[in-house]
Design a protein around this ligand. Structure first.
Ligand SMILES: [Zn+2]
Length: 467
């Protein structure tokens, strides 16, 4: 059967290296050619002149149907991927927490069940080790073989049943690197938190701002330091998720220059907001962990995004309902930690990053698509517009202006942390494997069409340790 040909004519094709005027040819599910393509006959031609043609964004940090702090995130695989595609995200990697008595492979199998008939775009899984027994560690080769070689450990949330200790962290790093995997770490020091939180609560300091006061940058930096030392000792491969401390950023950079295999990401909200949001009456909206920081830290994180100290930007999408967030109305420590954000990441990286002069257009594509795809074992299939790659494409009008908020977004929670933000740049169309999924305001992709992605990490060494 002849494969359907789609031609995007005369747009600005953006890669992690350059932004150049050209045409893009799609055949079936993949990109066939890019550049000046004269005399091509296609089944459909889209005029992309004046528009940006971007590789679909890859978000490696989402929590779909996540059972946490007495609630479950409202983004299941349909509602979560629907919000994702409206935000130009054509690949997500979701966390799956190990349950009591469960072999690690089961964390992946459960997500196959959850995604079946629901996912709109392609997806992968990070198993989360919560019971670091020898049996659990023995299951690591199984999940690597199942295409889920990136495993997360939390260094806090003891009462929530998620925490592992520093010794367990070392053991996981060792076993994972032998099996070809990478360890993702939530770095906040639990001992400090378990001292700070009860002290503040019993002193009557219960408002949202004390969430940030209870987990200052030092609490994060201390855990980053221990995780980095564990990577140094074991020779393991480490990735710090949602980095939000300037000292932590310096520590990661210094360790990498000494040959430690460690990288870090930050998340949209640390680049957009400061802890001032927590002073508002509705401050619980911005309760997330690590917490929002000072304006100085925010600016330092932008610098890291620009200069490569930070390898990528993810959303840490955790969409709890307003009713659930209200559990923390009178006590910050009872508020489910998390902000819905899978849809806003690419528009804000463009508007606040590129338009505001904080980074170049190619660097935006790198931190939103190319680096996440490469670092998490999805390249060359995802994250670029190179011939042979999946035709995951975003068409963006760089001049259009709109106001971000619940009225204009499609996320599943009944509230938004991103209300009233003026945005330059609007996503017009999104394709996933050559198929049009979003056409303006219309969702035209079929529920359940998304496929599980079997991932294999790139070889280790200087090329993987550097951006
Ligand atoms: Zn997270």
């Amino acid at each position: 059967m002849k494969r359907r040909r789609l031609l995007l004519r005369g747009g600005t094709l953006v890669s992690a290296q350059a932004a150049v005027r050209g045409d893009l040819l799609v055949e079936g599910e993949t990109i066939a050619a890019a550049g000046r393509l004269a005399g091509i006959q296609a089944d459909e031609t889209v005029d992309a002149s004046g528009l940006l043609v971007l590789p679909g964004a890859v978000d490696t940090h989402v929590h779909f149907s996540d059972d946490f702090m007495g609630t479950v995130s409202v983004h299941d695989y349909f509602r979560g991927t629907r919000a994702a595609v409206y935000g130009g995200v054509t690949t997500v990697i979701d966390f799956s927490n190990q349950q009591e008595g469960e072999p690690l492979l089961r964390t992946v199998e459960r997500k196959w069940d959850e995604a079946a008939g629901r996912a709109l775009v392609d997806w992968g899984v990070h198993p989360v080790i919560t019971r670091p027994s020898l049996e659990t560690l023995a299951g690591i080769p199984d999940i690597v073989a199942a295409g889920a070689p990136t495993v997360k450990c939390y260094l806090t949330y003891r009462k929530e049943g998620l925490m592992v200790g520093y010794d367990d962290l070392r053991a996981a790093l060792t076993t994972l690197s032998r099996a070809g995997g990478m360890l993702l770490v939530h770095a906040e020091d639990n001992d400090a938190l378990e001292e700070n939180i009860p002290r503040l609560i019993s002193g009557g300091f219960v408002q949202p701002i004390y969430h940030a006061r209870s987990r200052p940058p030092d609490v994060e930096t201390a855990a980053v330091r221990k995780a980095v030392e564990a990577a140094r000792e074991t020779g393991g491969r480490l990735f710090i998720v949602h980095l939000a401390s300037a000292d932590g950023l310096d520590l990661v950079a210094a360790a990498r220059s000494e040959g430690v295999d460690v990288l870090a990401e930050t998340c949209t909200h640390y680049l957009i907001f400061t802890d001032e949001m927590l002073e508002r009456e509705d401050g619980i909206k911005w309760i997330c962990s690590p917490p929002l920081r000072s304006a100085e830290t925010r600016d330092r994180l932008w610098e890291g995004v620009r200069d490569g100290g930070i390898s990528q930007v993810s959303s840490d999408d955790a969409a709890y309902s307003w009713k659930a967030k209200l559990m923390g109305a009178g006590r910050f420590d009872l508020c489910p930690n998390g902000i819905p954000g899978v849809e806003v990441r690419l528009p804000l990286l463009y508007s606040e990053g590129v338009v505001e002069g904080r980074m170049s257009l190619p660097r935006m594509v790198e931190v939103a698509s190319t680096a996440p795809a490469r670092l998490f074992g999805l390249a060359p299939r995802k994250g670029s517009l190179e011939p042979g790659a999946d035709a995951d494409i975003v068409l963006l009008d760089p001049k259009a202006e709109w106001i971000m908020g619940r009225e204009t977004l499609h996320m599943g929670a009944d509230w938004s942390a991103y209300e009233g933000i003026p945005v330059t740049g609007k996503i017009l169309k999104v394709w996933s494997r050559g198929e049009l999924i979003v056409d303006g305001e219309n969702l035209v992709g079929q529920k359940g069409r998304g496929r599980y992605l079997r991932r294999i990490l790139p070889p280790r060494g200087p090329s993987s340790a550097l951006r």
